[in-house]
Design a protein around this ligand. Sequence first.
Ligand code: NAD
Length: 360
Amino acid sequence: MNYQIACIPGDGIGPEIVREARKTLDAVAARFGHTFTYTELLLGGAAIDRVGVPLPDETVSGAKSADAVLMGSIGGNTSTSPWYQLPPQLRPEAGLLGIRKALGLFANLRPAFLYKELAGACPLKDNLIEGGFDILIMRELTGGLYFGERNTVTENGIRKATDTLVYDENEIRRIAIKGFEIARKRRKKVTSVDKANVLDSSRLWRAVVNEVAKDYLDIELDHMLVDNAAMQLVRDPKQFDVVLTENMFGDILSDEASMITGSIGMLPSASLNETAFGLYEPSHGSAPDIAGMNKANPIATILSASMLLRYSLNLQTEADALDQAVEKVLQDGYRTGDIFSEGCQKVGTDEMGTLIAERI
Ligand code: NAD
């Protein structure tokens, strides 16, 4: 089959890691008889430098006409880069928020997977992580506290700030459906996280998730309060499969979950809309401190490409082959600097990409 993939190399290490991810996708194409046609699009600082705005119209139309988007990372050094002297709506991050909105991406998926070869980097005790863990945090991305009305006023000389947390049932239903659908392709368990003992928005969340669950009787569902979920993630991470939650809770829990895997350079992410379309990018930023030095770990971007195969192109066997190639390279002892440990062989960004491509 022929698939159109839009590529956004972006800033910092972005172009280096996207190049390696494309190398591995080409190896998948060669082995399984597909053709991937790539279109390169500008976003963030790279777009500001070339055309003066962080999100050119051609980037939105180019992304919309592709089957999926593979992105590196956006942004520069926020203290020294001239991009951050610009007004907020012209800075790199405005491009990132803009494209997510333009593409209607409401479901953010962040896996936290522990490779046994990297277990030494996990800060949890050995007995808690024996056998590894494989969690998928699914965060609602377009509603809740970050998008509700807010203001700061001064009343009788006292400053007062207000943020509002709003969800309607349709916003909750569409992400719950995604969560159950994805759980069906995994270990068939959903943990819905809320604060239903206090918040009205959480009580509605829980009620709608229960309604949706009636269509997914093959999936085990439990509900957990967010404070308990934060504790359980470090007490017994193996109990989780899909963690379904609203925007702010997901923001915090996904960072906690990534921390217990021990390496930011290994963590992919996906943002999906109502169709199979999605934008795939590593969870880390543009790492300007190591840009252009062939030091960046490309694995988070390569695993993002694997999620692209799995969720947007529905190529499960191909995605499995890419995941297994990553695992094999780790078993064979190759490491970039960020995950290096004694006795392993240190390699650069391009060599890591080549070694993974060779194992597909
Ligand atoms: P960062 O994730 O870019 O870097 C944090 C640390 O991790 C750095 O020491 C970096 O060298 C290291 N690191 C990150 N990715 C790595 C990789 N693949 N291999 C090896 N080491 C890696 O976070 P930051 O420094 O806070 O942010 C830098 C820029 O990235 C900022 O402009 C920020 O706004 C932007 N950012 C973008 C995204 C995105 O594109 N979605 C996400 C987060 C941050």
